[in-house]
Design a protein around this ligand. Structure first.
Ligand SMILES: Cc1ncc(COP(=O)(O)OP(=O)(O)O)c(N)n1
Ligand SMILES: Cc1nc(C(=O)O)sc1CCOP(=O)(O)O
Ligand SMILES: [Mg+2]
Length: 231
């Protein structure tokens, strides 16, 4: 299976594009921030506070209920902040919008398009992530399709999304033992419940609500994740 994976998608590329590689110079598990589902112009200040508070490998702009033009307007200052902090800027759902914005990558759910089409559109250095719920089959399919990371979840109850699948930490260990692309754990993750996911082998923790709605504000929560992850 590993031999069948597209080597191009695993090659170390310059710049932010290497953020989804396993790299012994970085902590074994890194923080992947997901935006709130709705933001306003003031969000850039909150993101700056979060990115200044501790290491963040990637940021996903995940906005729901507005069209691509509106997302593009809101994206501009956010994308610039990510670039200034050397944080990979990932667009959720839309490979077309990722292309239009020159994002570092795109995250695709099972109904958001084929990773092969995203690769063809965005090129070899784009970081392409795929939602795999709690399914080993979906993860192997994503790997074969050239995904740069696979995402499993939801590990815990979440108010951010109507998540219909529940994943167990063992799927993280299974994936990391057998396959090279990193895996992302998502769903209800907080500094208090993340340790078993790190121990099981998560390469990234994708977190939204705990950071934006957590006690003490985003900087305090990012600092708590940094303490846990060793950043
Ligand atoms: C890192 C990461 N993992 C999973 C998801 C969920 O994607 P999807 O299933 O397409 O659901 P929506 O986020 O679009 O509601 C994600 N966005 N990011
Ligand atoms: C966007 C998303 N996808 C999930 C999945 O299971 O695929 S769970 C989820 C919500 C993530 O936000 P929070 O950290 O607030 O739970
Ligand atoms: Mg989606």
């Amino acid at each position: 299976m590993t031999e069948d994976l597209d080597d191009d998608a695993l090659t170390l590329d310059p710049g932010f594009a290497d953020r989804f590689e396993r790299d012994p110079r970085r902590p074994a598990c890194q923080l992947y921030l997901i935006s709130p589902p709705a933001i306003d112009a003031g969000f850039a200040d909150r993101l700056a506070a979060a990115l200044d508070a501790g290491p963040v490998a990637a940021f996903q702009l995940r906005l729901k209920g507005i069209d691509d033009h509106a997302i593009a307007r809101l994206a501009e200052p956010v994308q610039r902040l990510c670039a200034d902090h050397e944080v990979a800027f990932i667009i959720n759902d839309s490979m077309g919008l990722a292309k239009r914005l020159g994002a570092d990558g795109v995250h695709l759910g099972q109904d958001d398009g084929d990773p092969r089409d995203a690769r063809a559109l965005l090129g070899p250095t784009a970081q392409i992530g795929v939602t795999c719920h709690d399914s080993r089959h979906l993860a192997m399919e994503a790997g074969e399709a050239g995904a740069d990371y696979v995402a499993f979840g939801a590990f815990y109850p979440t108010a951010t999304k109507d998540a219909r699948h529940r994943a167990e930490p063992s799927i993280l260990g299974w994936w990391t033992t057998l396959f090279e692309p990193p895996c992302v754990a998502i769903g209800g993750i907080t500094p208090d419940n993340a340790a078993p996911l790190v121990a099981a082998g998560a390469d990234f923790l994708a977190v939204s609500g705990a950071v934006w709605n957590g006690p003490g504000g985003e900087a305090a929560v990012v600092k708590r994740f940094a303490a846990l992850l060793g950043g």
